[in-house]
Design a protein around this ligand. Structure first.
Ligand code: ADP
Length: 466
């Protein structure tokens, strides 16, 4: 396609790996644009210039091919964290992300880049469709043809603020109505975006259905089902170059489906570093997670005692809510040789755990897509997950009759169901040949971006033709 005919997309995200990251949104924003570029889209990324971004300068590229624009505002972004510190969410988050969302549109005047689509992500950029339709589009012709996509990465975070804060958005009180931004007498930024955006996507087909129900809809299920014809579930992918056990720079030993041996050397190193007994015959169970309610940590709390009575080891990497820090500190004291507890954000250790563990836990209460189970598959680490959202779309239960499948599932959000699933995995671990087959099944799964990037491209094209 000639360069000037390529579809132009501006991808706006409040975090982008490798510049800033608190969770899966950063992985997606750092890898989907690259896949879209490869699929022929002229795409640029825009994100805040946080303190952690300083080292990268004022302009950067993703994978040497996608330009990244940073929005500067030291008062708002030159801080130690992205959204919150120990005391909780930053009090001026609505100012910060209203400013960022406005800047996404404002800077179009200066750029030599006129997007057909602005692709927004989560509440932090959900005001872009509102501003575009209701403010800029009304006075500026060049904005009228821009279409918007808003992706929900996690409906549990909607950007809800006391109504007195509405003026911070620059919107008048006529927007504080039930069919616009009002939500139980508060301001709901994500809701505003969902009302005004041209299309809504979320990060797995199952989650797209779940969020239309009262169980998973967080009060927005009515609106989402009204918009169901504009709502698409597109499974996230992972970057196969970034997550690749055959060449991962953080690993001492490399491995692949045809040469799996290195995995067990990485396991031994990890056990040593973590202060666990260096034994290949004991299943090492890993977990890497934000320590938030969503992630099923209360189930872990309930079963960790009985679990560690068995001949298994446990390694956790995570940060988040204070009460979970206390919980895991307690576990560390009680089981110093069987449990390794790492309460920090550490991308190097994460890779060592993905590679060195045998079993990987994702017992989430809900999970829009989940990347960690896909990453662990790639490293031959077998996921034990609850059947919900993207976990249900990516993990198929191991079938002893056919030896097919790539993991273990449990249905109800229940500690004993989780324990039972882990026990099934640990029992199979003892059957070396069968386990090797399962590891090979896992490593052969392909959750790279190609297919999903194609689906975004189809959607963009449809919107532009509207
Ligand atoms: P969520 O976006 O809800 O946090 P995902 O599974 O979609 O969950 O993505 C989590 C991402 O963050 C994965 O790349 C995971 O490896 C990473 N991650 C989570 N906690 C940590 C941590 N403490 N240290 C390093 N990486 C982490």
């Amino acid at each position: 396609m000639p360069k000037d005919k390529r579809l132009k997309v501006l991808f706006a995200s409040s975090e982008v790996d490798p510049f800033s990251k608190t969770g899966g949104l950063a992985d997606v924003a750092g890898s989907l644009p690259v896949a879209l570029d490869k699929a022929g889209v002229d795409i640029r990324v825009i994100t805040p210039h946080y303190k952690c971004v300083r080292a990268f300068g004022n302009e950067a590229m993703l994978a040497d091919r996608v330009p990244v624009y940073f929005v500067k505002n030291d008062k708002f972004f030159m801080r130690d964290h992205l959204y919150a510190d120990k005391k909780g969410d930053y009090a001026d988050n609505l100012d910060r992300f209203s400013f960022f969302s406005r800047s996404v549109i404002e800077q179009l005047k200066e750029l030599d880049f006129k997007p057909d689509i602005i692709h927004c992500n989560d509440w932090q950029t959900a005001l872009v469709p509102v501003y575009l339709k209701e403010i800029y589009g009304k006075k500026d012709k060049s904005c009228q043809n821009i279409r918007t996509v808003l992706t929900i990465h996690n409906l549990g975070y909607q950007g809800v603020f006391p109504k007195q804060e509405l003026p911070k958005t620059g919107l008048g009180w006529e927007y504080f109505t039930m069919n616009r931004l009002e939500f139980y007498d508060k301001v709901n930024i994500l809701k505003g975006g969902l009302v005004f955006t041209d299309a809504i996507t979320t990060v797995s087909p199952t989650y797209a259905k779940e969020i239309q129900t009262s169980e998973f809809g967080w009060g927005l299920n009515g609106l989402l089902s009204e918009r169901r014809n504009d709502l698409f579930g597109i499974l996230n992918g992972i970057d196969h170059d970034e997550w690749d056990p055959s060449k991962d720079k953080e690993l001492k030993y490399h491995f692949s489906p045809v040469k799996p041996e290195g995995k067990y050397k990485d396991k031994a190193l990890l056990q040593k570093e973590a202060g666990l007994e260096e034994r290949r015959d004991v299943p090492l169970i890993g977990m890497i997670s934000r320590l938030a309610d969503q992630k099923g940590l209360d189930l872990i709390a309930r079963i960790i005692g009985p679990l560690l009575d068995h001949d298994v080891q446990f390694i956790l990497l995570g940060t988040g809510e204070e009460r979970y820090h206390r919980l895991f500190e307690g576990i560390k004291k009680k089981f110093p040789r069987k449990a390794s507890i790492n309460l920090k954000f550490d991308e190097v250790l994460a890779k060592k755990i993905y590679a060195g563990a045998d079993i990987f836990l994702v017992p989430s209460r809900y999970e829009p897509c989940g990347l960690s189970q896909m990453i662990s598959l790639r490293y031959g680490t077998i996921p034990v997950v609850r059947r919900t959202g993207g976990l249900a779309d990516t993990i198929t239960g191991y079938d002893p009759k056919t030896t097919r499948g790539n993991g273990f599932l449990f249905e109800t959000y229940d500690a004993w169901e989780l324990l039972d699933a882990i026990k099934r995995a640990a029992a199979l671990y003892k059957q070396k040949g069968l386990w090797a087959k399962l590891v090979s099944n896992a490593m052969k799964c392909d959750f790279s971006w190609d297919r999903s990037a194609g689906r975004y491209l189809e959607l963009y094209k449809k919107l532009v033709l509207r």
